[in-house]
Design a binder for this molecule. Structure first.
Ligand SMILES: NC(=O)c1ccc[n+]([C@@H]2O[C@H](COP(=O)([O-])OP(=O)(O)OC[C@H]3O[C@@H](n4cnc5c(N)ncnc54)[C@H](OP(=O)(O)O)[C@@H]3O)[C@@H](O)[C@H]2O)c1
Length: 273
């Protein structure tokens, strides 16, 4: 039995990827916040012969991420962990002791979940659904975590950059595990949905974008690639092609800094790595 854990599995790219990976002989462990959409994604995967388990969790809450990690310890190895949950925030919202929501959901939560499962030893591959826009990201340790430098655009790029840098750090800590980070494409999903005129314009623009199903077919073939990275180093996949890490995601000093602050923020909240 091939096993996959997939977060962000209720909607958009994650739900479509669950569908694309589903087949007999595979077990999918699907997570997102509890919703009919998550149940429907699970039902679609079951309908094509996959074994499916649903484990809802709110990734904006680190205690729920810890609970999800504990729940997932029952998944027998070897298992592939695909971290797809994410958001493009349209306003600054604080969760988890003053931290900005996208910083938690896009960065701290997947890092915490991956770290817990890696420590337990059953995960052999970790695939982060990142974003090419990380190349526009920056990290200001005094401002980014709490959203003091918040802008919708900037915060999305910054949090995806932090995620990619942390993925590379984890790859160094677990050289026996295969790590990948991907830009999945430009895809017609709910990402960045917002009220008002801008939201309407965005909906119109997105009509020309790729469907989640088309993206997921390509992404599933990348997921099925036997190797994403090198020993101790995560690979960067731009859609279906492995590429060299772009700056600033190739900055070792920034990677170390992001990891130090990430570990400190988690530790201060009782979630030490
Ligand atoms: N769409 C694109 O063009 C594009 C481009 C580059 C990268 N990406 C990345 O692809 C990933 C999927 O995005 P998408 O476009 O498919 O967006 P989407 O349609 O908005 O789906 C986002 C997924 O993340 C989950 N999620 C969001 N907040 C969560 C929370 N607090 N707790 C648990 N799950 C949460 C959602 O589940 P619930 O809300 O149901 O809980 C949903 O399953 C993201 O990481 C995004 O950054 C997308």
């Amino acid at each position: 039995m091939e096993r996959f854990i997939l977060t962000g599995a209720s909607r958009g790219i994650g739900a479509a990827l669950a569908g694309a990976l589903a087949r007999p002989g595979r077990e999918l462990w699907l997570s997102a916040r509890e919703s009919p959409a998550l149940t429907e994604a699970a039902d679609r995967a079951v309908a094509v012969g996959a074994a499916v388990q649903v484990r809802p969790a709110d990734q904006a809450r680190l205690d729920e991420v810890e609970r999800l990690a504990r729940d997932l310890l029952e998944v027998p190895g070897p298992v592939t962990l695909i971290l797809g949950a994410g958001l493009w925030p349209h306003r600054c919202e604080h969760v988890e002791g003053g931290l900005e929501r996208a910083f938690v959901v896009n960065h701290l939560a997947p890092v915490l979940l991956a770290a817990r499962l890696l420590a337990a030893g059953q995960v052999t591959r970790v695939f982060f659904i990142g974003a090419g826009l990380m190349i526009k990201g920056r990290f200001d340790e005094d401002r980014t975590p709490a959203g003091r430098d918040f802008s919708s655009w900037r915060t999305y790029c910054d949090t995806k950059l932090c995620q990619a840098l942390a993925a590379q750090h984890l790859a160094g800590l677990y050289p026996d595990v295969d790590f990948g980070v991907t830009h999945p494409g430009v895809v017609r999903t709910d990402l960045g949905a917002r009220p008002g005129v801008l939201g309407g314009v965005l909906r119109l623009v997105k009509r020309k974008w790729e469907t989640p199903e088309a993206c997921a077919a390509r992404l599933a073939s990348v997921v099925e690639t036997p190797r994403w990275g090198d020993l101790g180093a995560a690979g960067w996949w731009f859609e279906k092609e492995r590429q060299a890490w772009p700056a600033p995601a190739d900055d070792a000093a920034l990677r170390d800094r992001v990891w130090t602050i990430t570990a400190r923020l988690l530790d201060e909240r009782g979630h030490g790595l």
